[in-house]
Design a protein around this ligand. Structure first.
Ligand SMILES: Nc1ncnc2c1ncn2[C@@H]1O[C@H](COP(=O)(O)OP(=O)(O)OP(=O)(O)O)[C@@H](O)[C@H]1O
Ligand SMILES: [Mg+2]
Length: 405
């Protein structure tokens, strides 16, 4: 069974064609159909004796035209000497490994030509049979892969350098900060004059805000560099609340506010360290921008999972600022009368919450306080039923109230 070029097709039932000297019978058709460029070159005048359609198409010329032009015309000028040398070596019977040059089409465009050849005799005349494979696509992909790999390596090296730099900054700044706090405590013991003690307070405040800024910068760095990998597990919300209570109790006292931490026996499924950073930012804001009244940390069940709320009786936030305040370096009108901040806190909150796949919800109106809530999704694989256990007692300075579901 033959098609229009005389090529042998498989029988309709898939059986191999009748055995015959396939090559001898069908060589012209096979060469014609080959999906690789192929031509036969006369070694005497270096003219093409035969070229298959694939090669003609590759170099953008008709098969007839190919019989009339020098073979070197199909190579970029800077490769012609090389190709001529290899041709002579082949003609002389020397072994020549396949090699790649830049081929040239009739329209002046290029392709990556991988050349392999064999010497043979045709009707008593010496000829070369040459196959040309177009490696342009392959090389393009290879170059792109190498470029991406180089970019990736450069980015990794930069991230590593940045990471080392930040670790050094973190270490080198925290130590003197800690020293300042210790010196201030020692100094306070030796001072009686109220003006001098007020100066000590200012030293403490400056050290505290530098520590907070350093924490924020490290958070931003972790988020930017993708170094924040949530380590999700089930843990008692009560432990987290107790830590927040101890951490922010002194700040609440100093500001004359009540910090009320819910007693909860709920188990939450999240990354405790990241959740701590989120809630610490929210509690810090609440205590910072509330002039009187209280700040509460509440935990309740939600249709989507567990909802942790930080509520305050502060100035509230106008609706048209609800989205904007989550932007980087953006502060709202409620903070206008307060000491300068960087406007990073809520941006860190929302980015960390995204990493935990936990939406942050804000409910607030001017003059009516604010509620920032984070909704922790259920994770049935990891979630354990609420343990019927009591949370550790909160520090004495904190008022506590029982949760309501
Ligand atoms: N509980 C809150 N009550 C009223 N306004 C708030 C509250 N929390 C945040 N805001 C408003 O949102 C703004 C952005 O808060 P964010 O924590 O991002 O930055 P910041 O507190 O100004 O600075 P920092 O980077 O030091 O946290 C604040 O400047 C403030 O106007
Ligand atoms: Mg803040």
């Amino acid at each position: 069974m033959h098609d229009e070029h005389g090529a042998v097709e498989a029988e309709p039932d898939g059986r191999p064609p009748p055995s015959a000297d396939l090559l001898a019978l069908h060589a012209p058709a096979l060469l014609h159909e080959a999906q690789v460029g192929l031509f036969v070159l006369d070694v005497v005048d270096q003219r093409i004796l035969y070229a298959n359609p694939y090669f003609a198409e590759l170099v953008g010329r008709s098969p007839e035209e190919l019989l009339t032009i020098p073979v070197l015309d199909m190579v970029e000028p800077e490769y012609r000497d090389l190709v001529a040398t290899r041709l002579h070596e082949r003609i002389a019977g020397k072994p020549v490994a396949p090699y790649t040059v830049i081929g040239r089409r009739k329209d002046g465009t290029n392709f990556d030509a991988h050349i392999a050849g064999r010497r043979l005799e045709v009707d008593g005349r010496l000829a070369l049979v040459v196959t040309i494979t177009d490696l342009s696509d392959y090389n393009r992909v290879l170059r792109e892969t190498q470029r991406i790999q180089a970019q990736k390596e450069a980015a990794e090296a930069a991230a590593e350098a940045k990471s080392r730099f930040l670790a050094a900054v973190n270490h080198d700044l925290r130590q003197p900060l800690h020293a300042i706090e210790l010196i201030s405590t020692a100094l306070r013991r030796n001072l009686v004059h109220p003006a001098a003690l007020r100066l000590c307070d200012r030293i403490d405040q400056a050290a505290t805000s530098m520590t907070a800024l350093l924490d924020s910068l490290l958070d931003v760095y972790r988020l930017d560099s993708g170094a924040l990998h949530p380590n999700v597990r089930a843990f008692p919300a009560g432990d987290l609340f107790r830590d927040l209570g101890s951490e922010f109790g002194p700040m609440a006292r100093e500001r004359g506010l009540r910090l009320r931490v819910t007693h909860t026996a709920k188990t939450v499924v999240s990354d405790p360290a990241i959740l701590h950073r989120i809630l610490a930012n929210l509690v810090n804001n609440a205590l910072r921008y509330t002039r009187q009244g209280s700040v509460q940390i509440v935990c309740r069940r939600d249709a989507a999972g567990v909802r942790i709320e930080v509520r305050d009786s502060g100035p509230g936030i106008a609706r048209d600022e609800h989205e904007r305040i989550f932007d980087e370096f953006t502060r709202g009108t409620s903070s206008a009368d307060f000491p300068p901040g960087t406007g990073l806190g809520l941006n860190i909150v929302s980015r960390m919450a995204s990493a935990l796949q936990a939406p942050v919800v804000l409910r607030s109106e001017p003059g009516r306080g604010s509620v920032f809530a984070i909704v922790l999704p259920r994770s049935p694989d990891l979630a354990t039923p609420d343990a019927d256990r009591r949370a550790d007692p909160a520090p004495a300075t904190l008022s506590r109230f029982n949760e309501t579901d």
